[in-house]
Write a protein that binds this ligand. Structure first.
Ligand code: ADP
Ligand code: MG
Length: 330
């Protein structure tokens, strides 16, 4: 897509989006709620018209091509299945509308069910399925249509945490089973983006902030926004006198890139709180900045509230930003 804009009346929702997605690629659009992710996906699907720019699929301009003629299938967050139809009929529905021969429909549905481990459930009604199985049926409905491009809009956000992790793996496996299908996946969850994407597109206020592989974004964020958005816990930011030593307006350092020093670290302060997560611990340290600095320690925390703690970034594993929030190079 080139110079793509979307306006609702006078309000610009998407601003000058330029993006090339390769065939077979798994791209994730990520950004805070309201930044325009769903709108961009709907523009690609044709459910929304674009206000300006060019949208091409497979080298063909599709600005004015009807949604059904774009070779695209979409899976939504709310995957309304037909409650009175069994799994087979739910998946076969769109193919029946196309008047395909019965035998061909059966083959396509069975092949999709096989890919999604739904074969034992084909005769069941949706109410007799778990949340994850229902979500797989929704994906199956899209797969049977053999789309060239698969669009997902936050398909996992209605599932509980454990199921989300499982479905994340299943969608990643689906990607391997359909290597020629391009997939565009929208989420506000940066962990989903990091774990599933070949490339991530970070959006904010309808503007693309950065495009790159998960590790490129993690290691080389090109703005304070991306630095703070990608990674968990959030990157620590230190400004003013706390950043002086680094000749930067703001220095950012991730909790996992901090070494605790016996006493003469770059920064020091009082532990306000420590969280034990099992494999590691997060220690919150008040050094005088607006928010406490989060330091990660492997295993159980050996520090308690009130303890004095001194620490430094590990080696060169910190990020320098100028006053405009861009990386400082010199
Ligand atoms: P996201 O999916 O990233 O949460 P959306 O794409 O749904 O964001 O929405 C982006 C912005 O566009 C929001 O401010 C929303 O209010 C606005 N918006 C979405 N759809 C419409 C519409 N049909 N009319 C007017 N404004 C809309
Ligand atoms: Mg949305």
């Amino acid at each position: 897509m080139t110079n793509l804009y979307k306006r609702y009346g006078p309000v610009e929702i998407l601003k000058d989006i330029n993006l090339e997605i390769k065939s077979g690629e798994f791209v994730v659009f990520v950004g805070p709620s309201g930044c325009g992710k769903s709108t961009l996906l709907r523009c690609i699907s044709g459910l929304e018209t674009i206000s300006a720019g060019t949208l091409e699929i497979d080298g063909r301009v599709v600005n004015d091509v009807a949604p059904s003629k774009r070779g695209i299938a979409m899976v939504f967050q709310s995957y309304a299945l037909y409650p009175h139809m069994n799994v087979f009929d739910n998946m076969a529905y769109s193919l029946k509308l196309q008047n395909l021969p019965k035998e061909e429909i059966r083959k396509k549905v069975e092949a999709a069910a096989e890919k999604l481990q739904l074969t034992p459930y084909l005769q069941r009604l949706p109410k007799a399925l778990s949340g994850g199985q229902r979500q797989r049926v929704a994906i199956g409905r899209a797969i049977v249509r053999d789309p060239r491009v698969f669009l997902f809009d936050e398909p996992l956000s209605n599932l509980d945490a454990a199921l989300r992790v499982q479905m994340r793996m299943e969608i990643a496996q689906l990607k391997d089973q359909l290597p020629n299908t391009t997939m565009i996946y929208v989420t506000h969850d940066q962990v989903e983006a990091m774990t599933m994407a070949d490339r991530i597109v970070v959006l904010k206020d309808g503007v693309v902030q950065q495009v790159g592989t998960p590790m490129e974004l993690y290691e080389h964020p090109q703005s304070l926004f991306v630095a703070g958005f990608i990674g968990s816990p959030k990157m620590n930011f230190l400004s003013g006198k706390y950043a002086e030593k680094f000749k930067a307006h703001t220095v950012g350092v991730r909790s996992e890139h901090i070494d605790i020093a016996p006493k003469d670290g770059v920064w020091s302060g009082k532990v306000v709180y420590s969280e034990n997560l099992g494999a590691d611990s997060y220690i919150y340290v008040d050094i005088g900045t607006e928010e406490p600095i989060v330091v990660r320690q492997a295993g159980k925390s050996t520090y308690r509230s009130g303890d004095q703690l001194s620490f430094s970034p590990r080696g060169e594993l910190y990020h320098r930003f100028d006053a405009s929030g861009r990386p400082r190079l010199h």
